[in-house]
Ligand binder design. Structure first.
Ligand SMILES: O=c1ccn([C@@H]2O[C@H](COP(=O)(O)O)[C@@H](O)[C@H]2O)c(=O)[nH]1
Length: 279
């Protein structure tokens, strides 16, 4: 069985280092001339999948925008995940799950067990009940070739107060998360399956990412103000592991399929250039 790290490494080699977020905001549905209802949601996501499904390495549907419509929205999320995986894209579900271990085990079965209808390649997770509480997710992911991306230094301004707080051992909360994920990825080749979320908006992190040996998901590009040119400041010598993530910046170009493709190609080119230059 191939690990998620191996599958991600190949997807990025074949399609380029880009994650496109699928965030059907009410304002975007309106901008696309769609109603803010289940039919509008379905038209929106089918258009994104048709335009980009065969050319973007990773899609990151934001679960909240589907949950907003109840069970019918969740059914659309489920079919979108299948549609994207069928055309060879990896799906990273952004649901930021986290809880006590026994409940995390249920989240792991829901998203990371291939027999589940909601099975995805990887899931975002929140470590604020303790990184150890996420162990059932790590174990299920490892057993089935899946991945988990854990929040470390998020792109929103409110995150720093918690994430940069200093623990009793002297490390920040974020560095503790970074170190625990680094342990899980130790020795993995070509890339570990456990990633971190580090916002592109945060400037020089002041944190040591050098031992992560796993993917660094960088949201905050585009609509939140960061650009590809900010990536070297944030990630320093660890740029090669960065997976840049854009949602509204690309989605704003729709509903025209060619315009969506042009927008995705533009941000991909910006990032490829910066990531390849290594500085
Ligand atoms: O630190 C984080 C973690 C997750 N997100 C999510 O990414 C997208 C960003 O959307 P944009 O339209 O590109 O701003 C959204 O789903 C967030 O929930 C993040 O922004 N920052």
């Amino acid at each position: 069985m191939e690990t998620f790290g191996t599958r991600l490494h190949r997807a990025v080699a074949e399609r380029g280092p880009l994650c496109v977020g699928i965030d059907p905001h009410p304002g975007l549905l309106a901008r696309w001339g769609l109603e803010d209802d289940v039919d509008g949601l379905e038209r929106f996501v089918r258009t994104v999948a048709e335009a980009l499904g065969d050319r973007v390495a990773v899609f990151k549907p934001q679960s909240a925008f589907f949950e907003r419509f109840g069970s019918r929205g969740v059914a659309i999320l489920e079919s979108t995940i299948r549609q994207l995986r069928d055309v060879g894209a990896l799906v990273l579900l952004d649901a930021k799950r986290g809880d006590i271990g026994s409940t995390v085990a249920a989240y792991a079965s829901a998203y990371l067990d291939p027999s589940s209808p909601m099975y995805v390649d990887a899931l975002t997770a929140s470590p604020y009940l303790g990184v150890g509480s996420l162990a059932p997710m790590f174990e299920t992911a490892a057993a089935h070739g899946g991945g988990v991306f854990v929040l470390a230094l998020t792109s929103n301004p409110e995150g720093a107060e918690v994430q940069r707080a200093v623990t009793s051992g002297g490390r920040t909360v974020a560095q503790l998360v970074i170190d625990e994920i680094s342990q899980l990825n130790r020795g993995a080749e070509p890339l570990g399956s456990f990633g971190l979320v580090v916002g592109a908006t945060i400037g020089d992190t002041g944190h040591d990412l050098s031992r992560v040996n796993g993917p660094l998901l960088a949201p905050g590009l585009g609509a939140q103000g960061a650009t590809a040119a900010d990536l070297p400041t944030v990630f320093g010598p660890n740029l090669s592991a960065v997976l840049p993530s854009y949602s509204r910046e690309v989605l704003n170009a729709g509903p025209d399929v060619d315009a969506l493709r042009t927008a995705a190609a533009r941000v991909a080119a910006d990032c490829r250039h910066i990531l390849a230059s290594g500085h």
